[in-house]
Design a protein around this ligand. Structure first.
Ligand code: URA
Ligand code: SF4
Length: 190
């Protein structure tokens, strides 16, 4: 995994490398068999080279803590590893260019569940198991079984924490989804 992280830090496969301060490969150990996948680094993540360390990350970390889960016990990454200018949504080409890294991360981590946060992540991950999605609302709160990189897993979808920060009405569903996805028999992977 360290070699893969280094390759990501040096990557120039798409134009996003021109804008970054630091690529953000990912971090953590999936002791619970769970991998969390966001959209792309923001300003704080680009500055630190670590995923989910800004405002959205703080909400994610706090929500996990409330459920008794330390973020260190999950492997946390993003679909796209370099920050898009002004935090715009990554293009289809950027997602395609970066996807081999996520596939390799799944191969190495062998998660039982992959938690997709938000539409970009849900589209990419559900696309890998043959399901098309246009809106998070179509799939959130649910897990879909499939095989990615030879790993039998479930893709589970909830809101992006940045969306929850913009719309506090989503908070209850966000917390409920995470509680559901982090429960349900994962203890056995400890
Ligand atoms: N938003 C994301 O999608 N990923 C991060 O790492 C931080 C904010
Ligand atoms: Fe490489 Fe992904 Fe960064 Fe593009 S976003 S330069 S593919 S690591």
């Amino acid at each position: 995994m360290e070699a893969l992280h280094d390759a990501i830090r040096r990557c120039t496969k798409c134009p996003l490398h021109l804008h970054r301060r630091n690529a953000v490969p990912g971090e953590g150990r999936a002791r619970l068999g769970v991998m969390v996948v966001g959209e792309a680094p923001g300003a704080a993540e680009d500055a630190e080279g670590r995923p989910f360390v800004g405002a959205a990350g703080s909400l994610l970390t706090k929500t996990l803590a409330k459920l008794g889960v330390s973020r260190d016990d999950l492997y946390i990454t993003n679909v796209v590893k370099c920050r898009p200018p002004n935090n715009r949504t990554p293009t289809r080409e950027e997602v395609e260019a970066c996807l081999p890294y996520l596939l390799k991360q799944i191969e190495l981590v062998k998660p039982r569940r992959v938690l997709a946060l938000g539409l970009v992540s849900a589209k990419a991950l559900l696309g890998l198991i043959g399901r098309e999605v246009e809106k998070v609302g179509e799939v959130r709160g649910r897990c879909f079984p499939g095989r990615i990189s030879g790993v039998e897993l479930e893709v589970c979808v909830t809101y992006h924490p940045a969306a929850v920060l913009r719309n506090p009405n989503l908070r209850g569903r966000f917390e409920g989804d995470l509680a559901l996805f982090l429960g349900g028999g994962l203890e056995r992977y400890l």
